[in-house]
Design a protein around this ligand. Sequence first.
Ligand code: 5CU
Length: 377
Amino acid sequence: MAASKIRVVDIHTHMYPPSYIKILEARTTIPLVRTFPQTPEPRLILLEAEAKALEEATNDPTAKPPGRPLTSHFASLAQKIHFMDTHGIDVSVISLANPWLDFLGASESGEIGESVNQEFSRMCGEHPGRLFFFAALPLTAPLDTLLAAISHVQSLQYCRGIILGTSGLGKGLDDPALMPIFEALAAASLTIFLHPHYGLPNEVWGPRASAEYGHVLPLALGFPMETTIAVTRMYLSGVFDKVRDLRMILAHSGGTLPFLAGRIESCIMHDGQLVREGKAGKGRRTIWQVLKEQIYLDAVIYSEVGLKAAIDASGADRLMFGTDHPFFPPLESDEQGEWESVSLNADAVTMAVGEGSEEAKAIMGGNAISILRLDQK
Ligand code: 5CU
């Protein structure tokens, strides 16, 4: 029997449609897009950790420009398809990149969200079967607008879930006010793709970070800790028990959750308050169980060690390959060629489970096809 070809699916791949870039260009505070005299390309400035560098470059035209270059990779659909073809990616589940619609006012986010989601739907329709998307929710809008947005995106042919940051309605994902949203998403079979943006407070990085360490600390450590904290808060608040059909994919292989789950469990078992309140007793679903029943992890962790921890925690049948395109482009080779950030993740799968193995096929695409129903157009 001929060996079946591996189908590669990228579930972690972002875009900013041109209309969204226009919104960023009109802004004066982060997130924003701005051109500086010292660089030809506009710069995309997204993170609070970039605030100091932005101020310095605004006051001093010779200072290092903040952010990252806004290349065609961020907004061009043709470029996304070229990237997929270059890396042998059959299907991509695209999503708006951070910070999504989180910074918009309550009166505008519903309408802007609807048009952004419609734009993603249109882009997917240009490449039927190759593109699906995670929609963005207007979290600053009133509850009825938000619930209407969930119904709207559920009706869009290529929508397979929603991308969500950790701030929720402003108070994090353990906020009881989010329950109707989680219930509506579960009822609509829309999987949440949980993605970080806010990181940790700038003071954590110390006074040298902004000038000397680039984006390393907020991206390598801030993002994963943010995800870990958000999901642990959800777990402690009982969201996963209250909404048993809720399904979440965690970016970056769950932050540090696979590594820290044991410590979280031990802290629960040894917490006097939780024990007294009956929250740590027998019959409790452990975080290990939630990881295996309601959580999926992407495979964007760049190493065999991290990937093995993710597989041990959630199972090889719950991991899904991703690239994080258009972030992390090659800096010393042609951006139109192969990206090392992609091969690091693909190689980690090979090293962790063996080239061509059933697990490798599942992680590289099979899991995403069945979990996100990508065979249904
Ligand atoms: O480089 C960055 O700042 C980012 C970002 O903002 N979002 C993301 O998904 N990856 C990298």
